[in-house]
Design a protein around this ligand. Sequence first.
Ligand code: SF4
Length: 605
Amino acid sequence: MPESLEAIIRESCHSVARQRTRLVDVVRSVQARAGSISPQAMDLIARELGIHRCEVESCVTFYSFLSDKPKGRVVIRLCNDIIDELKGVQRVADAFRQELGIDFGQTTPDGAISLEWTACIGMCDQAPAALINDVPVTEISSDRAREIVRELRDHGDPDRLVTRLGGGNNAHPLVHSMVYNNLRQRGEFVFGPINRAEAIRKAIAITPAEVIRAIKTSRLRGRGGAGFPTGMKWEFARAAPGEQKCIICNADEGEPGTFKDRVILTEVPDRVFAGMTIAGYAIGAAEGILYLRGEYAYLRAFLEDVLQKRRDDNLLGKAICGKPGFDFDIRIQMGAGAYVCGEETALISSCEGLRGDPKTRPPFPAQKGYLGRPTVVNNVETLCKVTKIMELGPASFCQVGSQGSTGTKVLSISGDCKSPGVYEVPFGIKLREVLRLCGAENAIAVQVGGPSGQMVGPDSYERTICYDDLATGGSIMVFGPGRNLLHIAQRFMEFFCHESCGFCTPCRVGNVLLLERLRQINAGRGAPEDLPYLEELGTTVKLMSRCGLGQTSPNPVLTTLRNFRPLYEKLVQPRKNGNVPTFDLASRVAEAEKIIGRRSVHAHP
Ligand code: SF4
């Protein structure tokens, strides 16, 4: 007998002790069991949690993995980022369309299968890829797409699409995934041998202030991209008034081309959880949250198991490692498909059961973050480094890397290269050496730091990967001969327009204006004055936007303008007749031409 909606909602709310702040968990659970969060479901959830219905609706309509309308029992979400495009995703999309007999955004008439596009799912090293419900399916050819549809029609079970297992813990029964790690280069600080308890024992043998001093001495900076000094962040949170404090691990790597955290969480989750525990000890927090992006839901059961084993071994829980008064535990908070939640204040909003809207700063999270408590948000890789620094001491960390960028950096490399995958390299490595490692010596351009970073050409290959030169949160996308770089910039701008939360005008409107002008240029309707327009508007959006998304979203335009200007200049030559070609007469009269059955002599002279 089908479960009643009331029962589903009651159980979903009770499983989180009817806490309003767990709304994202509740709506995820309702959707998983009821297929959608219908208007009726929203009313019932609001009543059960004692909140207003519009709070539920604003949350449901914000996240791309949530829906207020029924979808198929199986949802195929095909990744449409630029790397998938380079690897032939359009052919795969056509095969899905033909085999299903529907277009993207539609559901088969029998309600069995929905087909959707989705932004980067963290599988750029094995593109084209799709999420089928929560199951990642990688390296899809058009033939395989047809088979997938036939198999789903036969058995309706996405788990049965996993016919081979990826390496390492991807073969663990709780992961059971075809995802490959593609771990090409292991460094000592993230992927080296692991001891589950040593770092914590060393940390609790000294005072919290001494732990923070050790992290400061190591000169560790945040690995998510911004590069803020970790020890300083911890010091602010420790000094901030408040009984309850919180550590959040940001595992929401949504930047297209980034997939390093996927591999870290698959292979060395103990190192991440140990880092969170040490951070908790240092700032005086008893609560930790791992914010796991919705795309990595397939790792959840495995990570919960790792956490439980740590509890069993007294590495989490009460009096950790026998230290009286040191209580700390970690819960996993799932995301639901929103790039902006990688921004730390948006991520905090999401943990609080709200839309993933960034918050105004100050106050900074270290002063007032999760539920108003002093909160440290650290990246997955940063926390691994914390563990290793406590194990080996800060001096050994400082011996690697450069003066302003100590230690190693984990890169996720994708695109036109022989060996896409994950590489742990010392900071200060030249970009040319990175390209040699991955087999991309003939690259015509490299996107360093994902779309929000910068696109550079061969004249920058002697530059170095570090905070003071080519900074990156991990994404390195390689483009080989024949690639259309301005088309790539346009795709990046489409991504930002889609992902903007819409709160502030410069980001919501400015990015659309940038995209429209770039489209005109790429369509051959640009004019020379478009270039200063793009520069001025792009700079304004960066300066006036409220959060990191808007402050970096014009970079695809601005950095290609700076580093590949001749490509633009070729497209915006002045017209001999002096006309400005920005108005596309032919497309504007096309419908009228169809109605009257003849072609305009003005549009087609
Ligand atoms: Fe939202 Fe963009 Fe403004 Fe950030 S910059 S708050 S993403 S509209």
